[in-house]
Design a protein around this ligand. Sequence first.
Ligand SMILES: Nc1ncnc2c1ncn2[C@@H]1O[C@H](COP(=O)(O)OP(=O)(O)OP(=O)(O)O)[C@@H](O)[C@H]1O
Length: 693
Amino acid sequence: MTETSAGPHLQPVPAIDRDDDAPAVPVPVDNPALPDPKVRIEKRKPVLASWLTNRRDFAATARHSVANAGYATLYHGVRLPVYAGRLALMSPRGACRFVATTNRWVWDREAAPLRSYAVQIEDIDEYMRLARLRAGRVRLRGLVTLVAAVFGVGFALYLYVLAPGFLYAFAAGGVLLLGLGGQQPDAPVVGPAVLKTEVQKLTGSIVLRGLDSIGNAKVTAAIKKGGDMNGLRFVSEIVRDGPGYRADLDLPYGVTPEDIMEARKPLASGLRRKTGCVWPSPDPEQHEGRLVLWVGDKPMNETSKPAWPLAKSGTVDLFRPVVFGNDQRMRDVAVTLMFASVVVGSIPRMGKTFLMRLFLLIAALDPRSEVHAFDFKGTGDFGALEPVCHRYRAGEEDDDIEYVLEALRELKEELRRRAKVIKSLPRSRCPESKVTPELAGDKGLGLHPIVVGFDECQVAFEHEEHGKEIEAICTDLVKRGPALGIVAMFGTQRPDAKSLPTGISANAVLRFCLKVMGQPANDMVLGTSMYKSGYRATMFSRSDRGICWMAGEGDDPRIVASAFVDAVAAEHIVARARVAREEYGNVTGHAIGQGPEKTGSGSDILADVLNVIGSEEKAVWCERIATRLAAAQPDTYGGWQGENVTAALKPWGIKPGQVWGQTDEGEGANRRGIKRADITAAITRRNADRAAA
Ligand SMILES: Nc1ncnc2c1ncn2[C@@H]1O[C@H](COP(=O)(O)OP(=O)(O)OP(=O)(O)O)[C@@H](O)[C@H]1O
């Protein structure tokens, strides 16, 4: 760089713009006449401390103080007899100290060193002055002591004669006071009920120390440089923000908040805090180099969460954001379930099922919605939701999977119906070709929200017979469902490609990742490259239950501690939801004892297939059977492909084989097909079994 002493900075023309042989001609870079952007950002400091203006913070502070006071009263209350005994034991020492102190005071012993000093330096005048002073003091103090003793004894005699009870009370008080005076300074009788460990205040130098310790060369160089620090600077003073401190700073040029987020542990070590207290994040309203460092007083999992706002009252509009948890600063975090598909992943026992159940409870609190809850773990975690579920199943046996399959076939049909309804609506009613709150509220259209939750979804996807069909329908739900008012949610404790098929993991909108063990699981749930960008659910500890990274709501992923709602609380919420649904007229399906209707794979599939295979045909391609079935019974088999036929016949032991036939164009071809004889044999077997039963 070439620089003139007085003028603007001059830089050589970049090589790309000039002839390589020509000498570098400096051109001015900084134009003194370049106008200022005239944008000044002002930030007013709050008039009152935030805990005084925020009702929740005020209540929390008041609750904390009252709770501490109550605890101290109880703690000392039960110890009063012990205190009294120990003070009584110490009272002789207290009495000796009292006599010794009074004696020193009466004889003005505290001025003795001054008098000795005057003698040492042979200052006669000073000594005489001090001696006179002492004589006056001794007279006065002796008199006070004598009067106090006489009055004290007289008062004691008076009480002894007239009210001996009071005398004993005064005597006891006196003994306790003497006991207090007789305590050893390092072993007081009455200790504190609440031990307070001071959390260090966050200061600029501590923040710089923390940043220096993360091992980022640019940050370290900037801090070493001091002064301008290559752009590293605090942009406002460190303030209290909720239960912690907030520091806003610009990082050195080229360093991003993600670089700091990646190094939370060393940063926490440098700040001398637990990792759960340290939360660096970008500021979405500022440039890419702005870091907001929030340092909590306590780790997130030790901070008590506010109660879920919907736990006691309220209903939900699924089209609007609904609070489901809190961030590190215990501010509410909301989620909008409508128009989304949801994936929840974690290792076992981290709170995945609780989170899924929370979302289903949110859905249940919207009286218009239809709730489907499928729990393949089979422990009945969604059992509390039964009174509001349109479809519900817990278990992983074949009949459970078949129930879910039937329910999914219904949903597939529902998707098709909804698409047709939306297509038929005028643009003025349906401008974006998707369900709107107004359309969802129109009972005649049947476009109400449908929320379907699958816990441990890998069980269904891996089912030998029906896995493929379930996966195909679920993928369709994830892709087309959101626009048509259907929200599908998948929870798994094994987030890999088998448990979460790509069609689902790639198309999910909302992603919640509780603790996972490695990068693949992290990125499978949160999305590609999230781990590299610093959004790592591996950093959660085993005690961070219910805490997750949430991606898909807002620009950047954020950390949320989901509200804790156990099974008992869930039952109360469901009872409320049921009442709201009864009023709205939306208690259907499982809630009134009805299950899904049997479709293709039920008892008629064999007869239906036989009906579409002519008696002269030995075998027919699967795709042809599907087309004929769809034409004969569009309501039941509409949209079927060859593989649906294969899957539906598999439970009857019928496998497709290679069948020679002619295409519609008259060309010969070898394709997968079903033999007519296999169908008739299966029907015979079935009828025999039924007769035997
Ligand atoms: N939001 C929460 N806050 C605090 N603790 C929670 C929260 N959610 C769940 N927990 C605790 O975590 C435990 C495990 O929760 P949950 O059963 O949902 O885990 P999971 O991940 O579904 O486990 P698994 O994979 O074994 O089914 C619960 O017993 C509960 O005590």
